[in-house]
Design a protein around this ligand. Structure first.
Ligand code: ADP
Ligand code: MG
Length: 485
């Protein structure tokens, strides 16, 4: 090996190490979820003089990453390697794993998984006799909720990326880098809504352009499986396959249902490949990202992650407020801001529940012809809100407060009286009183067996300080919100 070669090898391994550090630094800075969504597909290109090239698989992703993280990446690179002054983010890079394998062999038909019949779902109602289902469209129309449109979707930080991706797919189906579109996130955060919205938008666009209607098959993974099984039973698997393979867009909702259903996965995998190769769009939703879906066949998992993976984060207070405002305005019912704030504060789990609470309030107001007030809200939503009062423990409070003020957890119960530990301790006692239903003596005991009068004093002291000192009050409020979220 010549010296130059060695020199180059040393250099490229150094660059690789720098790149690895930059990636992990970014990952820490932006958080795992954001990193997975936007940055994990980055690959390192050439280093040329003072410029380094980073690749992303699509233009969309490239634009997104350069506008949001470009400056930071420049800084990180320069910090790692003084000679680098510019990071060029480009479209391209390895996508090999994502190429569908072309196989000329007929696909062997897998045998169905034998499932326990699911609750409330009978195979009979999902009968897929071809004469009942002339095409995927009639199926589609029945399954789509007309309220789930892009217009009705309220966009905020937690869902803007998923929304942008969904829109993009609706505007330009099967475009490079967006196939499949994989949407994931917790329950009630808008996955199904976005999928339906894509279908509506596609339909509207083809109609406006005077083109033939787009055929979209939308179904839950569960339904996919039962269809498949029913087809095998009625020996109409060919029709089933043809039906699926004739659509322009295939949407499978709640894919996590296919976990452990190996044969259905197999069938899905072949349909998936067939459609992608034929230039058709696939949209999938799931409660987890492809990489976190344990129990999915590896090759399927790889395929699923090959297009665009976009997650719906849990809602923020701001998003909840704007969803409530939008929905109240749509219902044409005046709801005082205080009530909206109260709901957004109390119901943090998901949009479905938030919407449910608002609907209940509106229905109640209509029924009794009464205005919606904070008082009426307490009354109407009493049971619902009680369930949402998350139990916060004193230990949790102590931990968060200690972390926040940078003191040791043990100081929460120690005898030390220095101001820098005594004040945070008082704040923790105050929050324990506010956020839990514990009595003063109980709280005292958790703080190193202090007397209940000490707790009482802490509470009034913190109240006093909050009135006098705005930034202290803000601090306490922040802690409260952190604990409540
Ligand atoms: P998921 O499929 O993720 O469980 P859904 O799409 O069924 O959730 O959403 C649950 C409910 O919340 C639906 O009624 C939907 O319209 C509503 N929803 C969710 N996110 C939003 C949003 N950003 N804007 C408006 N409505 C939303
Ligand atoms: Mg859903």
């Amino acid at each position: 090996m010549s010296t130059t070669e060695q020199g180059e090898i040393v250099e490229s391994s150094q660059i690789a190490a720098q790149w690895a550090r930059i990636r992990s630094r970014l990952q820490t800075e932006v958080g795992e979820v954001e990193y997975r969504t936007w940055l994990h597909q980055m690959t390192l290109g050439a280093v040329d003089g003072d410029e380094v090239t980073v690749h992303l698989p699509t233009r969309f992703l490239r634009d997104w990453v350069s506008s949001r993280y470009g400056t930071r990446m420049n800084a990180l690179w320069h910090h790692e390697n003084q000679s680098i002054r510019r990071v060029d983010i480009r479209v391209g890079g390895p996508v090999e794993a994502c190429m569908p394998s072309v196989s000329a062999d007929p696909v062997p038909l897998p045998q169905p998984d034998v499932p326990a019949p699911p609750r409330g779902l009978s195979i009979v109602t999902l009968d897929n006799a071809p004469e009942d289902r002339p095409d995927a469209r009639s199926d589609l129309a029945a399954a789509l909720d007309s309220r789930f449109t892009f217009d009705a979707f309220v966009v905020g930080k937690p869902n803007e990326f998923a929304y942008a991706c969904a829109r993009r797919v609706a505007e330009e189906p099967a475009s490079q880098g967006f196939n499949p579109l994989f949407l994931y996130g917790g329950v009630g955060l808008g996955k199904t809504h976005l999928m339906h919205a894509i279908a509506w938008e596609l339909a509207a666009r083809s109609e406006a352009a005077g083109k033939r209607p787009v055929s979209v098959a939308y179904m839950s993974a569960e339904k996919f499986m039962y269809r498949f099984i029913a087809a095998i039973r009625s020996q109409s698997t060919m029709e089933f396959k043809e039906q699926l393979r004739s659509v322009d867009v295939l949407m499978v909702d709640d894919l996590q249902f296919l976990i452990g259903k190996d044969n259905t996965q197999e069938e899905f995998f072949h349909t998936f490949n067939y459609l992608v190769e034929a230039g058709k769009q696939i949209v999938i939703s799931s409660d987890k990202s492809p990489s976190a879906l344990d129990g999915l066949e590896d090759r399927l998992r790889t395929r699923l992650g090959c297009g665009m993976v976009a997650d719906l984060h849990t809602t923020t207070y701001e998003l909840r407020i704007s969803i409530l405002e939008t929905k109240a305005a749509r219902a044409g019912v005046p709801v005082p801001p205080k009530v909206l704030e109260y709901l957004a504060h109390k119901i943090t789990s998901n949009v479905r529940e938030l919407e449910g609470a608002l609907n209940r309030l509106i229905a109640h107001a209509n029924l009794f012809g009464r205005a919606i007030t904070l008082e009426a809200t307490h009354e109407v939503l009493h049971d619902l809100l009680k369930a949402h009062d998350r139990r916060i423990s004193i230990e949790e409070i102590q931990k968060k407060v200690a972390e926040h003020y940078g003191i040791r957890l043990t100081d929460m119960s120690s005898a030390r009286r220095a101001r820098q530990v005594a004040r945070p301790r008082q704040v923790a006692m105050y929050l324990a009183k506010q956020l839990t239903s514990r009595s003063l003596p109980e709280i005292g005991r958790k703080f190193g067996n202090r007397d209940h009068t000490t707790v009482m004093h802490a509470v009034s002291r913190v109240n006093e300080l909050m009135e006098r000192d705005g930034s202290f009050a803000e601090d306490v409020e922040l802690l409260r919100r952190l604990l409540e979220s």
